[in-house]
Design a protein around this ligand. Structure first.
Ligand SMILES: Cc1cc2nc3c(=O)[nH]c(=O)nc-3n(C[C@H](O)[C@H](O)[C@H](O)COP(=O)(O)OP(=O)(O)OC[C@H]3O[C@@H](n4cnc5c(N)ncnc54)[C@H](O)[C@@H]3O)c2cc1C
Length: 468
């Protein structure tokens, strides 16, 4: 990068917030896909004005600009494939306002999701979106990917809690969208348009987020099944039976054993909970949660238990103990980390189908794995029809690359054929760009391309992603 541009960046954000060393650039070169590309420089703005001035400079100089939160993305979205500037938003980490009576908060993009949840809970409020990466991912990243999580089944995803945005266009203008009111019908819904746009339309600097009262009570239910198809069928039976637990998660035998290896080593899953979890080492698990007023949560938990038993559960364990419940959910959140310790390369997919088709999708994943001789773990948000088939391979990938590519493509074909989608929550990024057109069709793809031009006439913002 030219010295005069570095100098301008230093004038805007201060010299200490312009990172040029190879180590710093390396730390901002990858996301959780482990894809990587080295940026020329990293900037860490602390205000919306600084974001705007950097964006303006990038448009003037035609420099690629890639917004970045915590880099936990699972589609390569924050990898700066065309080099240029990575803009880390992590220093914009203030909760600007907690409007307790009006049930919203204004949160800067770099606030860590779990920190925000805790801030809300301190005043007996609740922010439901809970990606399994919540202890490090950011609100800005969640908005940009329309992140989901475990509690989507009952509560919905990030976009359902997004009331408005403050965002900086690539040309440097700051726009405000949405409102602080429950209702607002004022022109096109730019808030929704930007939610899930993966940093290709604007840099999100702050979000108005809806809050709800914190549920009084929760019950967690763990059920073991003989196999993953049976567990998936039980999940579909719960939702088809008119029950909407807060969460309903699936783990196949490989996911369970990966968690057990990892979690036991950390002292998680001790005692009875660990024994129950281990009971599905050969089979599959469903983990569900009901919440709300105590009597209602208990009543719903009993109804979920009854459906799971009828669907063939080998065992069902129920807990309302805070520490036990947290150990179980921590174990579920640890599946990907556990799998990543089994093999050096994990390729995690995000195929999603209507929930009544989930057994067919599980079967299709099994068939794809067998056809290509690949090890594929299956876990995910079964209640939403959102599976994360994860291919595990030895390094180097070269020898298996063709099989892996074919397997991924066949899984997506299967999801689409079942009326599903290629991404339930991780977005398109680099990895799924080739599949976007086939899902949305030419006309919709062209509208997206035109919209991108309106927001970003020079095409500098997060190039090489989504619409390629
Ligand atoms: C262990 C693990 C579990 C996960 N579980 C879930 C899950 O349950 N549900 C789920 O949905 N996802 C999950 N993810 C994926 C990931 O955590 C989410 O996509 C998350 O929203 C990314 O946030 P981030 O701050 O890390 O963003 P990054 O990875 O830094 O960026 C993601 C995308 O958002 C853009 N972006 C980031 N910040 C901004 C901003 N301020 N303005 C504009 N664009 C921006 C980037 O350019 C990129 O395209 C998981 C990931 C891991 C590693």
């Amino acid at each position: 990068m030219e010295e005069r541009v570095i100098k301008r960046l230093a004038e805007i954000v201060g010299p200490a917030s312009v990172l040029e060393s190879e180590e710093e650039r390396l730390c901002h070169s990858y996301d959780a896909t482990r894809r990587s590309a080295l940026p020329d420089v990293v900037v860490r703005p602390q205000s919306t004005e600084q974001v705007a001035a950097v964006a303006r400079l990038c448009t003037e100089e035609k420099i690629p600009l890639t917004p970045r939160g915590a880099g936990t993305g699972l589609s390569g979205g924050s990898v700066p494939v065309e080099r240029g500037i990575v803009m880390s938003l992590t220093r914009m980490n203030r909760v600007r306002e907690m409007a307790i009576e009006d049930l919203y908060a204004i949160c800067e993009a770099g606030v860590v999701t779990q920190d925000f949840q805790k801030t809300a809970e301190e005043v007996s409020l609740f922010y439901p979106p809970d990606p399994a990466s919540q202890n490090c991912c950011t609100i800005g990243g969640n908005v940009a990917t329309a992140a989901g999580g475990m509690r989507c089944l009952k509560y919905g995803v990030t976009k359902n809690y997004l009331m408005g945005l403050e965002a900086v266009l690539p040309t440097g203008e700051t726009i405000k969208t949405g409102a602080r009111t429950v209702k607002s019908v004022v022109g096109f819904d730019l808030t929704r348009l930007m939610c899930g746009s993966e940093g290709t339309l604007a840099v999100v600097t702050a979000a108005i987020l809806r809050l709800i009262p914190k549920p009084e009570h929760a019950e967690t239910i763990l059920a073991g099944f003989d196999g993953v198809e049976q567990a998936a069928a039980a999940s579909a039976a719960v939702t088809a039976g008119g029950l909407t637990p807060a969460a309903l998660e699936l783990m196949d035998a490989l996911s369970v054993s990966a968690v057990l290896r990892d979690a036991s080593s950390q002292g998680l899953l001790a005692g009875e909970v660990g024994r129950a979890f281990g009971g599905a080492r050969e089979g599959a698990l469903l983990l569900a949660e009901t919440d709300g007023f105590k009597e209602a949560a208990e009543h719903e938990a009993a109804a979920v238990e009854a459906v799971l038993k009828k669907a063939g559960a080998r065992f069902v364990k129920r807990s309302s103990d805070g520490a036990e419940r947290e150990a179980l959910w921590e174990a579920r959140r640890g599946v990907l980390a556990g799998l990543a310790k089994l093999k050096p390369i994990t390729i995690l997919e995000d195929a999603t189908v209507p929930r009544s088709r989930i057994v067919e999708m599980v079967r299709a994943v099994g068939a794809v794995a067998a056809r290509h001789g690949l090890t594929v773990a299956v876990f995910g948000h079964a209640g939403d029809g959102n599976l994360h088939p994860t291919i595990l391979v030895d390094a180097p990938l070269e020898g298996r690359a063709r099989d892996v590519r074919a397997a991924v493509s066949e899984m997506f074909d299967a999801a689409l054929a079942l009326g599903g989608t290629v991404s339930g929550e991780h977005g398109i990024g680099i990895d799924k760009a080739p599949f976007l057109r086939s899902e949305v069709g030419e006309a919709a793809f062209e509208i997206m391309r035109q919209l991108k031009k309106v927001f970003d006439p020079e095409g500098i913002l997060n190039p090489g992603k989504l619409l390629v």
